[in-house]
Design a protein around this ligand. Sequence first.
Ligand SMILES: *[C@@H]1O[C@H](CO)[C@@H](O)[C@H](O)[C@H]1NC(C)=O
Ligand SMILES: *[C@@H]1O[C@H](CO)[C@@H](O)[C@H](O)[C@H]1NC(C)=O
Ligand SMILES: *[C@@H]1O[C@H](CO)[C@@H](O)[C@H](O)[C@H]1NC(C)=O
Ligand SMILES: *[C@@H]1O[C@H](CO)[C@@H](O)[C@H](O)[C@H]1NC(C)=O
Length: 462
Amino acid sequence: MVNNITVKYAFIGIIFAFMFYAFSINHQLIISNIKLIYKPTFYHGEHIHKNYFEGWYYKTVITNESLIIIPGIYKSALPYDGKSHAFVMVIRDGYECLYYRYNISEFNSKGTDSSKFMIRIGQNKFSENEVVLSLPAIRLIQSTDIEYDEYTDLLVKDWSRIMGKGSESKSKIPSLKSSFTRPPFIPYSVRGYISFNDITPYPFTYTHPNVMGIFAYIPFLECNHGIISMSHRSSGMVEFINMENNGIIENRMDLESGFGYIEKDWGVNFPESWIWSQSNKFINEKEEKSSSILISIADIPLVSSDNPLLKIPYLKDFLHFPGRIIIFYHAKSNITYNFSTYNLFSKVIDLVINMDENNPSMQYVQDVKLHVMDISNGLNLEINIKRKFGNGIPLRSPSKQFGKMALMIEESLDAELHVKLWRSGKVSQEEEVIFNDHSIVSGLEIVGNVWWIVSKLSAGKV
Ligand SMILES: *[C@@H]1O[C@H](CO)[C@@H](O)[C@H](O)[C@H]1NC(C)=O
Ligand SMILES: *[C@@H]1O[C@H](CO)[C@@H](O)[C@H](O)[C@H]1NC(C)=O
Ligand SMILES: *[C@@H]1O[C@H](CO)[C@@H](O)[C@H](O)[C@H]1NC(C)=O
Ligand SMILES: *[C@@H]1O[C@H](CO)[C@@H](O)[C@H](O)[C@H]1NC(C)=O
């Protein structure tokens, strides 16, 4: 007779079997993750030859302008299919993302000082303290019309599913598709340098070695996240040279007294769906450094998306979970607040995503509301984000499904983000407001069918 205990053991057996499976396919990454556990900034892909990506996200904000630079590497599942490459992406304000492609052999992580993070891609150099750029327009890869069309289809499909609460709502598709504005392609060469002073690394402890907290010790996660600096000041200058227009310097960005932020991702695949938002400049703040916020909520898989175990419907629910990283660095007090999944006292009070199509500008406006609370100290963080759908910049991201760096992300830099941090009063109704401000040049990505995440986290479920 099969009793409950037997079922339980069979179940535990299956879990172990899949963990083993996960182990066996990504063992090089697992070794890197263990070796570099206290050095998340460093390049993890030295000995990984396939199924891998790693990218560093450098953002600098000057008054209301912004510059984002993403150096990285992508190694496809088949090492000789010609898809593997290194890249540098450059995004200036609302312009198209300039995508410079390099050979894998031009990626170099061997600095002169092995105790410090440093990578080189062609003539470009990236470290914790500086970026040196020399990006010739001949390296640019332009997205094709077909790629762009696939990208808009993907976004429309996901939004129809989100608005249809999981199932596609067909009625909205035609008008959604027409809300995209494709940024123009201009062949720029980019050169310059940026230096960073007084970076704010994520506070290290042995139980929370990086921003993933205790999860940093799980070495087989498909996607890993690191913070290099929550907030710092910048100086430097970057020039955009228009090669279509006789090579004139069209724009010289002065990055003196800029505000910066650096994070990174690495692993074998991006999650299937996520909400990511970040800002490191607020309107009313007058501090030398700026406060900074990171929200990253994702459908975290415990096995690869192509793992046959996912085909078993009942099991699927146990093989992924809604994970969140919510970090707010408060500049004035130099305190990093933490409402992430691994902070067991924090809970999501509410998460709502909406698409408003009846606003005066006649454009679809996406709206994200998030309220989290730490029950151990009564701290509350409330975030409101609004952005225009279709106005963002198409970004490439590593995709196992498409077997390449595919256009999959709409990154908005014109999102309106409002952050309020307060402590609820114990006795009286009074609340002590610690921070309450609007940010500028806020990044927002809502990727994939995030309905599952929202349904799990809305109305105080987790
Ligand atoms: C920045 O602000 C100035 C003045 O308000 C405005 O003229 C300019 O267009 C803005 N730039 C961007 C990139 O928003
Ligand atoms: C990049 O790799 C290809 C194929 O291996 C080679 O033909 C080409 O010369 C390389 N380019 C550079 C700049 O190294
Ligand atoms: C801010 O806090 C960090 C530790 O969390 C500390 O290392 C740093 O020196 C502090 N900075 C200032 C300006 O107090
Ligand atoms: C994040 O949360 C955990 C758990 O509450 C805590 O131990 C850790 O110190 C926090 N990290 C920061 C930077 O606040």
